[in-house]
Design a binder for this molecule. Structure first.
Ligand code: HEC
Ligand code: HEC
Length: 419
């Protein structure tokens, strides 16, 4: 069995055969009651991350034990309060009941195991974004354990709001494999799954903190559980709590939003102070910078980017790659700037959606937040104003509708402006 598949250890698997008579009894009973088709799910450790932080036995087992104590198992997940934060304010325990566990129905016919029914084949049991379907998809499904989300109403570094995640589940993510669940799931089911995503995120971020903190421990030192609660669990809960207060306020569109003047200004900003041309390219086909990586890949990109000039280096790189893949890592890929001629916007196609993307950037991707002019500064200070952003939005939305090859009578608006 590969390490990646460790989560699918079934009670019928001979490798888990019990060693004491108590466990023989328990396994026997489970087989009697559940039969062989009720697999036991387990969270996998974040092995590539562990490895990249040089965490080895017995620390990896200690981390697995702490995570199990703090967060339970995929069949019986739970959260604990930490610091000032009541865990029930972040994730409703009922949501965990509905989302977790095997796919089933309770005595009232309510669906259980929603995550395993609808999400696991892409996002994986531990939310690692590496379910069985993942390797075939581009972009890969989100790895929730890093705690970063792309399409939201809050700035980079801040969690999405509950409603942002709900919108993702309702609408899906256009141009990617992430489907819309509007027809498949009820409102309360979507709420429950959003909570479950938060749970997986909190668990995953605590796991990362534990891996990072191993470096500070002397050999033989034990993890300090009180410090973990205070320094890892409490901030992970807190981050979700404060997201709602940090939603970007969107100013109203200026009166001349849909005019040719606004388009012209937008184009100036695209090629000028906005800096968009660097990545999205002269022709807006998204071919400016093709060699960058997203933050999920950047955790491991040095493995992908090792110099290969000497035979030793070639060998070293190969070894790194083999280890990374044997630990369940997905092939490293570059992230490409969007082709703005397609008119497919993952974060939504409404003008306010594009405004948010340009204003706040896309977290975890190279797409930066707009360089804004400080409030109150005069036009001599470089940077964009809120109304400049609306011009850029207008320009972006215009791009798919003017074919580049059309014979033109006059200077097309989506070309490079004369220098
Ligand atoms: C067929 C594969 C697939 C399934 C099934 C799927 N997803 Fe996704 N999901 C994706 C992909 C691919 C992305 C990444 C899109 C991107 O990076 O632009 C994603 C991204 C996400 C995001 C991140 C959004 C953001 O703003 O960063 C969330 C949250 C999410 N999925 C939740 C879920 C939940 C909950 C379910 C089950 C109800 C689910 N997904 C089912 C493929 C899938
Ligand atoms: C450093 C490179 C970089 C710069 C500069 C940049 N972008 Fe992007 N942009 C990207 C990348 C990469 C993506 C794809 C991100 C993803 O899907 O994860 C993207 C995506 C987008 C999208 C798609 C949003 C969606 O919902 O799908 C739009 C629109 C966009 N950029 C507009 C702009 C504009 C306008 C500017 C200038 C103000 C700009 N970008 C500057 C790299 C860049």
């Amino acid at each position: 069995m590969s390490r990646q598949n460790l989560f699918m250890i079934s009670a019928c698997d001979s490798t888990t055969v019990a060693r004491s008579w108590v466990s023989v009894l328990v396994v026997g009973l489970a087989l009697l009651l559940g039969g062989c088709d009720a697999p036991q799910a387990e969270f996998t450790l974040n092995l590539p991350f562990l490895h990249s932080k040089n965490v080895s036995a017995p620390r990896d087992q200690e981390i697995a034990n702490i995570l199990a104590a703090l967060f339970g198992t995929p069949d019986e997940p739970y959260l604990m309060s930490a610091g000032e934060i009541d865990h029930r304010d972040i994730v409703d325990p009922v949501s965990l009941k509905l989302s977790a566990g095997p796919v089933s129905r309770d005595e009232f016919g309510t669906a259980r195991g929603l995550y395993r029914e609808h999400c696991v084949h892409c996002h994986g049991i531990s939310g690692n974004g590496a379910g069985p379907t993942a390797a075939f998809l581009n972009p890969y499904p989100r790895d929730f354990r890093k705690g970063q989300f792309k399409f939201k109403s809050t700035p980079s570094g801040v969690k999405p709001t509950h409603d942002d995640l709900k919108a993702i589940l309702v609408n899906g993510i256009a141009g990617t494999a992430m489907p819309s669940f509007a027809a498949a799931l009820s409102g309360p089911e979507i709420d429950a799954l959003v909570d479950y995503v938060k749970y997986l995120t909190i668990r995953g971020q605590v796991e990362r903190s534990l891996c990072i903190s191993v470096e500070e421990l002397e050999d033989g030192d034990a993890f300090d559980l009180a410090a973990i609660m205070e320094e890892a669990v409490a901030p992970a809960l807190e981050a979700w709590k404060i997201a709602d207060q940090q939603v970007l306020a969107i100013p109203p569109r200026p009166d001349d939003f849909d005019t040719v003047e606004s388009l012209r200004r937008g184009r100036e900003f695209y090629f000028g102070v906005g800096g968009c041309v660097k990545c999205h390219g002269d022709t807006q086909l998204g071919d400016g910078v093709l060699t960058d990586y997203d933050d999920w890949t950047k955790d491991y990109k040095d493995w992908g980017n090792l110099p290969v000039t000497t035979p030793e280096q070639v060998k070293e790189k190969k070894q790194f790659e083999e280890t990374y893949y044997s630990l369940g890592g997905l092939p490293l890929r570059n992230i490409k700037p969007r082709n703005l001629r397609h008119g497919i916007y993952r974060g939504g196609r409404r003008p306010i959606d594009i405004y948010r993307r340009v204003r706040n950037g896309i977290e975890g991707s190279p797409m930066p937040a707009a360089a804004m002019r400080p409030p109150g500064a005069g036009p001599e200070v470089p940077g964009l104003t809120e109304s400049d952003l609306w011009d850029i939005v207008n320009y972006v939305r215009h791009l798919p509708y003017e074919p580049m090859s059309r014979p033109r009578a006059e200077e097309p608006l989506n070309d490079r402006p004369p220098r």
